[in-house]
Design a protein around this ligand. Sequence first.
Ligand code: PEP
Length: 245
Amino acid sequence: MRRKMAAGNWKMNGLSANLAEVAAMNDAAKESDCDVLLCVPATLISAIDDAAPDVVTGAQDCHQNVSGAHTGEISAEMICDAGAEYVILGHSERRADNGETDKCVHEKTNAAWAAGLKAIVCVGETLDQRKSQNTLDIIGGQLATSIPDLATGENLVVAYEPVWAIGTGLTPTTDQIGEVHDFIRMRLERRFGEGVGRSVRILYGGSMNPKNVSEIAVVSNVDGGLVGGASLRATDFIPIIKTLS
Ligand code: PEP
């Protein structure tokens, strides 16, 4: 049985003043049957780790190198040292803003694993790619190149995030979500074997909110959500946590 996960992605939002929101989320996490994770700016990892013991903390990126002359960057080991357990890699905003390729995501995932972090590797198609019926080819290519060979159900979570659904209020139909999640499961089983392939969690991300979470949560091979905007406020995120529990 895969345990469900409610993962928040705060993106470039959050100050120490927001810790009150996290206290309420922590209470919900304590009572929930799912893993509750907040991937926050690096500046908040340590504070949230201290203030919210029932919430797992994560980062939103790491560098592929262990250390060195990379001004402004943060290594996987540093993230781990700050108290994080997870790191999001290959988010479409980083692919678009920072030119991150599947090869780069592969290197970062290896760096995360070497430091003892668990990786949430994001894949997803653009609207043009969906309209031209290339969704599964795109996702298949991203999975093959972004994920290194040593994946396990413990060190890897895959997030399916259609680029056109992120921050737009648009969501795919439940049939479309199910088609992609079933495809990802099939590719994971084929590459890593049934045991590992069945144990990796696959999250849906893209405009998930308290209203649509219940219909998305029951779709085949949806093991939880990666939630952006609706993870910033306790009033939005707590109903999502409860639905996924
Ligand atoms: C995200 O940033 O991963 C995301 C899914 O954002 P939103 O929920 O705001 O669409």
